[in-house]
Design a protein around this ligand. Structure first.
Ligand code: SAM
Length: 208
């Protein structure tokens, strides 16, 4: 099923996490024993499946009805359906139930990263992590892109500054995939992050 969702996404130009990010995300879910995830930006449920396969129960929000319907059709046929809960809504206005998550994965509109972070961080468990994808946005250079993309790059720069100067979170930007940021409220959890990421990458490279 996961391969089928990936092929469908590639054929229909639906952006999904890269293989590198899938490896890191799965590895972190296993190492930090993440039980539940709130994902902002389901698309067609590829990353939700990756995280469910790694052992987490996933709640995922998607505002685009067409993508939500495709995701739902995939999930209905999936052996992981008991671990994936899809929500059709706009994450900027969605009223979250009062539960907390071990991982919040932000993978929706890049221009809204700060708003997503501010809205959802209160639903993070004290030892949980916030994981954000596409921090580098394909390494595009402001001088080489149109105005709209330049605005997005500016907002991503603002997001980087925002997390790196946050009073209650410690964050790291990992130059892997398209750039990932990982933020923890608990400094002790943050302590081993580099070593854990290195271990995940090494185990991916080593022959199985
Ligand atoms: C990069 S795709 C998500 C890819 C998915 N996480 C994966 O790897 O399979 C971003 C998705 O976020 C959705 N999105 C953007 N803004 C949103 C919002 N405010 N609320 C909910 N979904 C949103 C888009 O419709 C799009 O499908």
């Amino acid at each position: 099923m996961i391969q089928q969702i990936k092929t469908h996404a590639l054929e229909h130009n639906i952006p999904i996490i890269t293989d590198d990010v899938a490896v890191i995300l799965s590895g972190l879910i296993k190492i930090y024993q993440i039980k539940n995830v709130l994902e902002i930006g389901t698309a067609t449920s590829y990353s939700a499946h990756i995280m469910a396969q790694a052992g987490a129960e996933v709640w995922s929000i998607e505002r685009n009805k067409e993508r939500f319907d495709i995701a739902q059709a995939f999930v209905e046929k999936s052996s992981l359906s008991h671990r994936i809960h899809l929500i059709h809504d706009d994450a900027l206005t969605y009223q979250c139930d009062n539960i907390t998550y071990d991982l919040i994965f932000i993978d929706a509109a890049k221009s809204q990263y700060i708003n997503f972070f501010n809205k959802y961080e209160k639903y993070l468990n004290p030892s949980g992590m916030i994981f954000v994808d596409n921090i580098y946005f394909h390494h595009l250079q402001p001088s080489q892109v149109k105005r709209h993309t330049r605005q997005l790059l500016k907002k991503l720069e603002k997001f980087k500054t925002f997390i790196q100067s946050h009073d209650h979170y410690v964050s790291k930007i990992i130059p892997y995939g398209d750039g990932i940021s990982v933020s923890f409220r608990d400094k002790h959890q943050f302590h081993d992050l580099d070593a854990n990421i290195e271990m995940i990458i090494k185990s991916k490279k080593s022959p199985s």
